[in-house]
Design a protein around this ligand. Structure first.
Ligand code: ZN
Length: 271
């Protein structure tokens, strides 16, 4: 599943190819995504210039002159840029052609992604109006985690993955950040001190920044290829390493289930 760093990499990969360009045509081959792609999208977008591409949580926000296309990659979505005409593949559902001859193509085998259009403000949009702060913003810090967690019995890992607390901390990065901060995933959020929450917030920012940096090396893949950066080749300390030796103390890592997701931690390094 694309996580925040993949979405940010997608944003940066698309930007130089299509920002400033005018939409010539929109093709919807299959509108049946997580929500139906509006049939009017081609007429709404045609002739509009793309001003910039932003990201909020895992949503890509294509800012046009009169409105915004909100796109989400869902479970398996990916975007790619074509500089020459190529026949569509099976799961190529949406396509935008621009004045410079560039084509943006959206592929999504499982169709949990989204392509929506709105003209109201972000704060009024049902998918954006209750989101917590961005993890890489100053608004997200240890003080926020401490304040929101008081008296909470919820496991700290699930608390950290709650979009109202902070957006975009998926399973991989929650596991890694908790390891780097030395905090056990199942500890009650309300029992963690302010000082440890400061460590955790720093760890979240560091793992995401590292992933975004390594994603930068895959940017060339956006042009005339399958456009799937996949999971970045980065050093993962715990995710996917259940029962393997801890890289810090060599003891065996432990794997548990929390909220239906796999959690891996080191019983010695994480308390
Ligand atoms: Zn260890």
């Amino acid at each position: 599943m694309p996580e925040l760093p993949e979405v940010e990499t997608t944003r940066r990969g698309l930007e130089p190819h299509i920002v400033g360009q005018q939409v010539l045509a929109v093709v919807i081959r299959n509108a049946a995504l997580r929500w139906p792609v509006p049939a009017e999208l081609p007429s709404w977008l045609q002739g509009q210039r793309l001003l910039r591409i932003e990201r909020r949580a895992k949503y890509l926000l294509f800012r046009f002159e009169q409105g915004t296309v909100l796109a989400h990659l869902g479970m398996s979505g990916s975007m790619r840029i074509l500089n020459q005409p190529m026949p569509p593949e099976t799961h190529d559902h949406v396509e935008l052609s621009f004045g410079n001859g560039t084509v943006l193509r959206y592929n999504d085998p499982r169709r949990f992604g989204a392509w929506l259009y709105y003209q109201e403000s972000d704060e009024e949009h049902f998918l954006l109006n209750r989101l917590g702060p961005e993890p890489l913003s100053e608004e997200f810090d240890g003080d926020r985690l401490f304040a929101l967690s008081r008296k909470k019995k919820q496991a700290v890992k699930l608390f950290l993955m709650d979009n109202h607390v902070v957006v975009g901390v998926g399973n991989i990065y929650a596991n890694e950040a908790l390891f780097n901060a030395g905090i056990r995933p199942a500890v009650a959020a309300g029992r963690i001190t302010r000082a440890r929450y400061h460590l955790l917030a720093q760890a979240v920012k560091a793992v995401l920044q590292q992933a975004i940096r390594s994603g930068g090396t895959t940017l060339k893949d956006f042009v005339n290829s399958d456009g799937k950066p996949g999971y970045f080749a980065q050093q993962l300390n715990v995710y996917g390493r259940g029962s393997l030796p801890c890289k810090q103390c060599s003891g065996p890592l432990k794997e548990i289930r929390l909220g239906g997701r796999t959690s891996v931690y080191c019983p010695q390094c994480q308390q």
